[in-house]
Design a protein around this ligand. Sequence first.
Ligand code: ZN
Ligand code: MN
Length: 264
Amino acid sequence: MKETVFWAEQTWPDVHGKIAGGAPVFLPLGATEQHGHHMALNVDVVLPTAICERVAETVGGLVVPTLAYGNRSQPRTGGGPAFSGTLNLTAHTFSLVVKDVICDLFRQKVRRIVVVNGHYENIGPSIEGIELALDAIGRENADGLVILRMDHWDLVRPETIDRIFPDGYPGIELEHASVIETSMMLALRPDLVDLDRSLHDGPAKFQPFDRYPVPSSDVPPSGVLSMTEGSTGEKGEWLLSDSVTKMIAIVRQEFSMGASDGNR
Ligand code: ZN
Ligand code: MN
């Protein structure tokens, strides 16, 4: 068997030994969601998984299976229910899955957990899942448990955003299936991107409120909320490298790990 950071690709004694050695455990949170005409449905799975893999390789961590179903896609951030292919969990279910995984990691003596989110609508329910886990474990009896939670796009340096968007950044909500995600996919999985098929309707102009049931006329028909023009694998590598570098620094600082810990 080859050396890997992926929890599910190892034997139980190997995982047992790494937990005993204090390995931080990364939980990527994804979604199966439309990403325009030019990308596969698994973008929100591929990106956080790949970032966790790179960070875990450096800090001696383990990556548990990515949650491939996300909290309900919304029109203003992911296109919503108007598209085939998107498979949603309710916020309630999503938060309970996060809670159960964290509680089971805790039961198995994992005390360093990093929740890495790749889907905008997972933000609230991932926080709720962590709080529910702490409710169940007990904040006073948590035996040194520390949980970090982050959204990978927040780890990108402002200089990199300025370099990619010299004419102004549309904001992360509108970046769905647009330059950031497309560039990162070109860097990681060019086989799942076909820019020849890309369609976009220009940056979406949403009202500052939601209406339910969602009128499908409000959502750009391409499923791309901003633009795909200007996406390149090189820009994707800048974004990945920022997120990975920042996450390594955060993990080392918050878990008091030295730079020599876990290097292989
Ligand atoms: Zn996405
Ligand atoms: Mn998404």
